[in-house]
Structures are given as C-alpha cells and as structure tokens.
Design a protein around this ligand. Structure first.
Ligand code: HEM
Length: 99
C-alpha cells in the first residue's frame, strides 16, 4: 500500500496517467474500509514528514512549498470524490474542477 501510494505520487507529479483517478477511487474504497477521506488524506502528509525527516538539513523551502501544493491538490481530488460532504457529513468548501 505504501509502495502504491509512492508510485501514485510520482505519476501525479509526472505524466499523471492514472494517479488522480486512483487516489479518488481509493478514497472511496477506503471509506468502505472505515478509513474516512480526512484520514485517508493524512497518508500523504505522513509521507512528506518521513521524507523531511530523512533529508533533515537538506530539506529546502522549495521542497516545502512544492509538497504544500502537491498535498493541497491531492486533497482536492479526495474531496471531489465526496461531493457535498466530508465523512462527518459537513459540506466541503471549495473543490477544484477537473482540468
Ligand atoms: C491513513 C490512511 C490509510 C489507511 C488507514 C489505509 C488502510 C487500508 C486498509 C485497512 C486496507 C485494506 C487491507 C486489506 O484488508 O487487505 C487498504 C488497502 C489498500 N490501500 Fe490503503 N489506507 C490508507 C491510505 C492509502 C493511500 C493514500 C493509498 C494510495 C493512494 C492506499 C492504497 C491502498 C491500496 C492500493 C490497497 C489495496 C486494496 C485496494 O485497492 O483498496 N491506501 N488500506
């Protein structure tokens, strides 16, 4: 699962052949596993934190900014898989539209 998530990240920042759909689909599948979208979405910040810890002082502001943008965009795809609600039933705010 970790390997699939990392592979998806590389596709998402690269050719984006499948990762945007996979992440949305897995968000729905995981809701069925009782892993709600806001928990599912925490997986990517956890990967970011692990990378940051590994790089330690080699971590740069540019990396920080790039990961921020990446995670925000992924969150949009996760939110879009749940139109009109979070797992708690509250409305989701601004959801980006598909390019
Ligand atoms: C904290 C977040 C997450 C939790 C707690 C979680 C938990 C789980 C659980 C319980 C299963 C079912 C295992 C089984 O019964 O065989 C599963 C399967 C799987 N997970 Fe996750 N997961 C998380 C995030 C992710 C993310 C971010 C991805 C990738 C985008 C991912 C990809 C997969 C894949 C590919 C499977 C195999 C089955 C399927 O396609 O649904 N998971 N996960």
């Amino acid at each position: 699962m970790l390997a699939k998530a990392i592979e998806a990240l590389f596709d998402f920042i690269g050719e984006r052949r499948y990762a945007h759909m996979m992440i949305s689909n897995e968000a729905v599948t995981h809701d069925g596993y009782e892993v709600p979208p806001e928990i599912f979405g925490r997986f990517f910040p956890a990967i970011r934190q692990a990378v940051r810890d590994l790089l330690n002082e080699a971590w740069t502001q540019a990396m920080d900014t790039a990961w921020d943008a990446l995670i925000a965009e992924i969150d949009g795809f996760i939110a879009r898989a749940f139109p009109g609600r979070t797992a708690a039933g509250a409305p989701i705010g601004v959801v980006p539209t598909l390019a």
